[in-house]
Design a protein around this ligand. Structure first.
Ligand code: NAP
Length: 276
C-alpha cells in the first residue's frame, strides 16, 4: 500500500495523488473508490456533473478509513454558480455524498453570464459556513484568476486544469503560483494518448515503471502539483499511486515537459473560456 505525501498550500493540505472519477458510474464508482482507499488513496475527486457523488460516498463508507483521514473534492457545475444557486448546489452535493463538509469545493467552469463577483462571494460564503474546508476554481484563465483573487474574501487555494506532458500550461501555472494557489492536474496521464512516446518508453524501462507512472512522477515532482488519475481498474488504481519510490533527474523532467505540442488539449467543451 502506498500513501501519497501531502502538498501544502494556502489553507490546504492535500494528498499529491487522488482518484479521478469522471465516467466512473454507479456501483463501479463505489468499488473503485473502495479499492483506491484500500490501496492507500486518501483523496477522491468528484463533481455534481459526474452524477456519482452518492457512489463516492458509498465507496468511502465501505472502508474502515475515517472521514477525517480523507480528502474529498467536489465541484459546482457552471450553470449553478450564481450567489444563492451555488450554496444550494453545494448543499445538494453534501446530501448526495452524505457528508457534512467537503475538503475542497471548486467552481467547475466559469460562466460568462454570471459576474465573477457573485460566484466568488457565494464560494466564500460556503467556506465560512463550514460546508467546504477550502475553495478554488477549475478551468479559469489567467485574467479570471487575477479577478477572482482580487474579489475573494477567503483564500482561493486551488486551480484545477488539464495538464499532461503533451500540453504546455506554463502561463497558467505561473499565474496560479503568483496567487499562491496549488495546482491539480486533470487528465494527468493525458488519457494514455502519449504512452507510445519513445522517451516515456525509455524512462519506463530505465526505472522499471510504466509510462503512466513516469508521467505521474513528472506531475508530482513539480512544485505545488497534485494529480488525479482516473481508473476503475484495480491494477491501474494501484499502479497510479506507486510513484513515490523513484525520482526523475532534472534533465528527464525537462525532456518530458519537452513533449508538449500545440493541439494537444483533450477537454474543450463549447462553453470553455478562450484558453491562454
Ligand atoms: N475540472 C474539470 O473540468 C475536469 C475535466 C476532466 C477531468 N477531471 C477530473 O480529472 C480526472 C482524470 O481525468 P480523466 O479521467 O479525463 O483522464 P486520465 O486520468 O488522464 O485518464 C483516464 C483514462 O486512462 C485509463 N487509465 C488510468 N490509469 C491507467 C494506467 N495506469 N494505464 C493505462 N490506462 C490507464 C483509464 O481507464 P480505466 O478507468 O478503464 O482503467 C481512463 O480511460 C477525472 O476523472 C476527473 O475526476 C476534471
Amino acid at each position: 500500500m502506498t500513501l501519497a505525501p501531502h502538498v501544502q498550500g494556502k489553507g490546504i493540505s492535500i494528498p499529491a495523488i487522488g482518484l479521478g472519477t469522471f465516467r466512473a458510474e454507479g456501483e463501479q464508482c463505489a468499488e473503485a473508490v473502495q479499492w483506491a482507499i484500500d490501496s492507500g488513496y486518501r483523496h477522491i475527486d468528484t463533481a455534481a456533473f459526474y452524477g456519482n457523488e452518492q457512489f463516492v460516498g458509498e465507496g468511502i463508507r465501505a472502508t474502515t478509513i475515517k472521514r477525517s483521514e480523507l480528502f474529498v473534492t467536489t465541484k459546482v457545475w457552471w450553470t449553478d454558480i450564481a450567489d444563492g444557486l451555488l450554496q444550494a448546489a453545494a448543499e445538494a452535493s453534501l446530501r448526495r455524498l452524505d457528508m457534512d463538509h467537503v475538503d475542497l469545493l471548486l467552481i467547475h467552469w466559469p460562466n460568462p453570464q454570471v459576474p465573477l463577483r457573485s460566484s466568488i462571494d457565494a464560494l466564500c460564503k460556503v467556506k465560512r459556513a463550514g460546508l467546504a474546508k477550502a475553495i478554488g476554481v477549475s478551468n479559469f484563465t489567467v485574467a479570471m484568476l487575477d479577478e477572482a483573487n482580487a474579489l475573494a474574501t477567503e483564500p482561493l487555494s486551488m486551480l484545477q486544469c488539464e495538464y499532461h506532458p503533451m500540453l504546455d500550461q506554463s502561463k497558467l501555472r505561473a499565474a496560479a503560483a503568483k496567487h499562491g494557489m496549488l495546482w491539480t492536474s486533470y487528465c494527468p496521464i493525458g488519457k494514455g494518448v502519449g504512452f507510445g512516446e519513445g522517451l516515456l518508453q525509455d524512462l519506463a524501462a530505465k526505472y522499471g515503471k510504466t509510462p503512466a507512472q513516469i508521467i505521474l512522477r513528472w506531475q508530482v515532482q513539480q512544485p505545488g502539483t497534485v494529480a488525479i488519475p482516473k481508473s476503475v481498474t484495480p491494477s491501474r488504481i494501484k499502479e497510479n499511486i506507486a510513484v513515490f519510490d523513484f525520482a526523475l533527474t532534472d534533465e528527464e523532467m525537462r525532456a518530458v515537459s519537452g513533449l508538449a505540442r500545440p493541439g494537444s488539449r483533450l477537454i474543450s467543451p463549447v462553453f470553455a473560456p478562450a484558453w491562454d
